[in-house]
Design a protein around this ligand. Sequence first.
Ligand code: LLP
Length: 419
Amino acid sequence: MNHFEYRDNTMFCEDVPVSAVAESVGTPFYLYSKETLSHHFKVIDQAFADIPHITCFATKACSNIAILSLFKSLGGGADIVSGGELFRALKAGVEPQKIVYSGVGKSAEELRYALESGILMFNVESSQELQKLQEIAQSLNIKAPVALRVNPDVDPKTHAYISTGLAKNKFGVPIEEAEKIYQDANSLSHIEVVGVSCHIGSQLTTVSPFIESLQRVIAFMDRLKESGLQVKYLDMGGGLGIQYDEEEPPHPEEYASAIKKVLAGHGYTLIIEPGRVIVGNAGILVTKVLYTKSGNKNFIIVDAGMNDLTRPSLYGAYHAIKPVEEKEGQQHQEADVVGPICETGDFLAKDRSLPVCDQDDLLAVMSSGAYGFTMSSNYNSRPRVAEVLVDGNEFHLIRKRETKDDLIAGESIPACIPS
Ligand code: LLP
């Protein structure tokens, strides 16, 4: 469900014509629907309403502080993976006691910042990280709340780059080794063991890998309990997929009820870290046709490139592309939609049947709300694009387009270079 639809052949986001936003902020830009964002957050959060839980939005999916603060206003917390994301979450007003910190490579500085901020839980991914956390917590004279991220060795059946729960992936510690690390952790003076966490991958389109890993994690937690270690939180991570093309991912209700069935009677507080399922279909990237050319192939050259939306180039990901204005009786043709970047891998779509485009036509790259803007870069010295949030019949610029000066901010020419 989303709020991007045609009215009289014109694409609207809620009650705002997409073309009106383009006129105001220029192209390219990311456009988000507040109503879709809120609806998606509520659907997944309420699916767990009958059990103790915290919905910690995966900040990396879409980290604009306006969007984080929207989820905060709906009762959400944040899953973070860096000091930068912690900074954003705090700026957005997210309560520290609803922030969980994942990631294999947290630096000492980041650990200190998170400890000083009083976050709910560190999802620790190695014995060395645990040791480092103990040292820093000791120096601050506070106790670090810890969950160990276990790797359940379950195949999430998704793209290799976004699969994390297999034994060969770098994430977490093998479940067989985890018990020993828990016992070690429990004996450390400035560590408090509070949970177990796992995250097996992203864009999962079936429930079974979640359930398989949950069963393994619960069996492990039972063993911990028998050995005298009772924890409060079970963090399931994120990973629920969305429809980009023809996938048929489970509805959040289905996902939740399968999880709740396995969890029943265990008494843990559940933490979920959904990202894509909340924001993916709540955002689009709007781009303008610069030129078209036909030779051996048809090319539609647009003003957004792989630096603005990297998913097609990096993962071969499919994003539907739709005209912002539908023209009556328009012819279709097969074309590649490509950007201005000097790389052959710079494309948004390949061999796609699309309406024949004219110069200056606007195109919407659908389902770009997750891992769109957050993975964008300045490659080819392209300023990062604007982000806009629609609310009913109003729209708000929530991030300005970068300027040329932004591109060189922080750079300097040292005196040793002759002028
Ligand atoms: N929790 C942890 C520990 C994660 O590593 C991730 C995503 C999430 C939660 C959120 O997963 P989600 O609900 O969004 O599937 N750039 C890739 C996706 C990378 C996902 C990384 N981890 C893409 O564009 O598909």
